[in-house]
Design a protein around this ligand. Structure first.
Ligand SMILES: [Zn+2]
Length: 330
């Protein structure tokens, strides 16, 4: 309230606002922390994964007990954020954002924030935002480098203007799982992202700088450039929402280093019954209310309550399909 850019009126608007973060890895966790402390009214966090010890170097909302309990990130984040500011409505949703659920999960929010780790999901969010004319904020980081830009459909270029016509994604093909990422760059990018969100949510869109900002905390190189709108843009000019109308997702997709995701959403699993069935045939079975994890060396499988599974230790869809059928059932 004391900061002139926001003031008491802006803070009141912020308290009545609704934001959603897609993906709660390093950038998503840092952004959620800042938004909840600032007093956003309602925050939804969508994430498909669970907390692992290797996340703790950069994912600042989580701790060792979250990792040892293998809590889904959305659940661990919700618990932590409620204890930080109990007056904010925090909603953690364990799900993989897809064309099927994007309207249910992202509809009705004042701003969408990027916390994802892949361009498939970013283009899905961009298509949804452009079509429904909602502001969203792109943010990405890998190694020591990151970038962010606020996108206001109809007023600024969109992600497709920026990325589908240039080589801007080159260098971002590498992921945090293959070449790592420094804690400082994700927190810096999340801070820049949330600053733009606060301008929008406090009712000061005129304060948005509208530039693509990129930073490298190792070389010290920082840049802020104005991006031109692409007059031929698939999404914001031609209104061709490929990702939104995308065919049903492939049954199996890659996620991270040496792991694949098996999509079986909408299938209610009895995790306790599955645990009883598997205990004598697989190793290290561990179950909580949200997931069941077990090891069949050299693989590790995590099955979620909606039937989705993540298999670590292979990139071969055939292996994934066969292990899923054998241990979880068709
Ligand atoms: Zn565009």
């Amino acid at each position: 309230m004391l900061f002139a850019g926001i003031g008491p009126k802006g803070q009141e608007r912020l308290l009545a606002s609704r934001a959603v973060i897609v993906g709660c890895g390093a950038i998503g966790a840092a952004a959620a922390n800042l938004l909840v402390r600032a007093g956003v009214g309602h925050l939804r966090i969508i994430d498909r994964d669970f907390v692992e010890p290797s996340n703790l170097q950069r994912q600042t909302l989580f701790d060792e007990s979250d990792a040892s309990r293998a809590l889904p990130k959305a659940v661990a984040a919700e618990q932590k954020l409620r204890s930080i500011n109990s007056s904010v409505v925090v909603e953690g949703i364990v799900a993989d954002l897809s064309p099927r659920n994007v309207h249910d999960l992202l509809g009705g929010f004042d701003v969408l924030l990027d916390g994802t780790d892949n361009f498939e999901t970013r283009f899905l969010v961009n298509d949804f935002a452009v079509k429904s004319v909602r502001p969203w904020i792109y943010a990405a980081a890998v190694a020591s480098y990151g970038l962010t830009m606020a996108i206001r459909p109809g007023q600024t270029p969109c992600l497709s203007c920026l990325l589908e016509t240039s080589n801007a994604t080159s260098g971002l093909d590498e992921t945090c799982d293959t070449i790592g990422v420094l804690g400082p760059i994700v927190n810096l990018i999340a801070s820049l992202e949330v600053a733009e969100a606060l301008k929008l949510l406090s009712g000061h869109p005129e304060a948005l700088h509208g530039r693509l900002t990129s930073c490298d905390v190792w070389s010290g190189h920082m840049q802020s450039v104005r991006v031109a709108r692409n007059p031929e843009c698939r999404a914001c000019v031609k209104q061709d929402f490929t990702y939104l109308h995308g065919e049903a997702q492939p049954h199996i997709t890659f996620c991270g280093r040496d792991s694949v995701q098996i999509h079986e959403t909408g299938r209610a699993m009895d995790l306790h019954a599955l645990k009883l069935r598997l205990t004598s045939v697989v190793d290290d079975v561990c179950q909580n209310d949200f997931l069941l994890r077990f090891r069949i060396a050299p693989y590790e499988m995590t099955v979620f309550a909606d039937g989705r599974a993540i298999l670590k230790g292979t990139k071969d869809p055939a292996v994934a399909r066969s292990l899923y059928a054998r241990y979880v059932g068709a």
